[in-house]
Design a protein. Structure first.
Lengths: 191, 191
DNA sequence: GTCTATACAAAGATAGAC
DNA sequence: GTCTATCTTTGTATAGAC
């Protein structure tokens, strides 16, 4: 049992979401959880290890939340989409955080390779899942759009990742909401 | 005459676009232009100064390129939009760079305040300009979309900023292209 | 305007006691 | 598991010669 390990991951997650991977140090972590820098190395040998573990836990937690929603007998596609977006909307409300992977995307070239790989996988998996959702939802009649579900899923994902980033920077409280409205319309705009 | 000053700004720009603000040092700059670290301080007292100057120059260069396209007698709105997007598409082609301000958006909380301010202004200005373009283009009959031009401009801007980030991370060469296709359709999708 | 030399703090990491 | 102590390297910045 290691509550400290989880506490470290919690703090690392928050630090990356607010400051990026290269914007914090072991000192920052130590201060926030009230231990010494050296103690962190017991749980994570290197900063890259802590970062990679944080991204992995984040990605898995979100994937778990999505779960097998699409496998249910008669899915409510709009509800599934709402549930998917909700954790990301929480970032926008925070005023200081964005999606962990979106934050890392900005400094991609300066990330340790294992972190790069996990971030890239996150993007691919989420776009693929959205494409599945959109395709199934259109088959079901819940969504009505022309064109390739894959193309729409890419646009949807990129738009809300971008919206989180822009909303935090500008402070415009309706940035994400406005983008989501457009994207919702795109899902409703029959051929 | 200070060719060195411009050389420094060129390098800082490239370093931010590939690695983010906290992902490079005065050493990196010095190595690339073949001078000593200390010499950089003659041109920019602090790293924050160099960063702020780099963002300012970048933002002004792009604004200049946009110019007063909208003020011309009978503007070709599609051509103006293509010209606007082109420099950003070049980032996608590079495989390693993204928009300088998009890169900085990921580590926003770890940026010096003057840089934060300039990045936020960049986002606001570009969304406002796009909104103007979309509104005028619809009045002209070049574009056909329902809804608020401001809402569409936010979605457009966020989607392509996000697409640059995702394309670099995943290596998917059609990420930006697919997003642009969706967005183009949105501008053509009458009520 | 660029150099050498140096200061000073911070970062990531290790050794070994408790 | 956490501590103190320490090491090494790097990052940013300054002083002063050329």
């Amino acid at each position: 049992m290691s509550g400290t390990r989880d506490a470290i991951l919690d703090v690392v997650e928050e630090l990356i979401e607010t400051r990026g991977y290269n914007g914090f140090s072991y000192s920052d972590i130590a201060e926030r959880i009230g231990i010494r820098k050296a103690s962190i190395h017991y749980h994570f040998a290197t900063k890259a290890d802590a970062g990679a573990a944080s991204v992995a836990r984040y990605a898995e937690r979100i994937e778990e939340a999505i779960g097998d929603a699409l496998a249910s007998p008669s899915p409510d596609y709009w509800a599934i989409l709402d549930a998917y977006v909700q954790p990301f909307a929480a970032f926008a409300d925070s005023g200081s955080r964005i999606c962990l992977c979106g934050a890392l995307g900005g400094e991609f070239g300066a990330l340790p390779e294992p972190i790069q790989a996990r971030v890239a996988a996150f993007f691919r998996e989420h776009e693929a899942w959205l494409a599945q959702l959109f395709a199934a939802g259109r088959d079901d009649g819940a969504f009505a759009f022309a064109g390739d579900p894959i193309v729409l899923s890419k646009t949807y994902f990129c738009a809300f990742q971008g919206a989180l980033m822009v909303q935090r920077a500008t402070g415009d409280p309706s940035q994400l909401r406005d983008c989501m409205r457009s994207l919702t319309e795109a899902l409703n705009s029959a051929a």
